[in-house]
Design a protein around this ligand. Structure first.
Ligand SMILES: [Zn+2]
Length: 85
């Protein structure tokens, strides 16, 4: 009776270990697949992707600006005024 419980405990432990290892491997594979976008990749993109406003020429991060009729603007006000360059 005791050995059966021991076997069951060992089985559960091994299953848990296997799932943990599988999760780690899956995560590694995913990170590799998506080009390390999981580990701070988005932070780098925020600072490196600057674009000039079509109206005033100010360099603004792409996520913070607005796109209207194919042109990029730093703010809603510039977008309303339209391209100047
Ligand atoms: Zn602007």
């Amino acid at each position: 009776m005791l050995t059966l419980a021991l076997k069951a405990a060992l089985f559960v432990f091994l299953l848990y270990l296997g799932i943990r290892l599988a999760k780690k491997a899956l995560k590694k594979w995913f990170v590799h697949l998506l080009g390390q976008s999981f580990q701070g990749g988005s932070k780098q993109e925020k600072s490196s992707h600057l674009q000039a406003c079509s109206h005033c020429g100010t360099q603004v991060a792409v996520e913070l600006g607005k796109t209207r009729n194919g042109n990029f603007y730093c703010s809603q006000e510039c977008a309303k005024k339209g391209p100047k360059l």
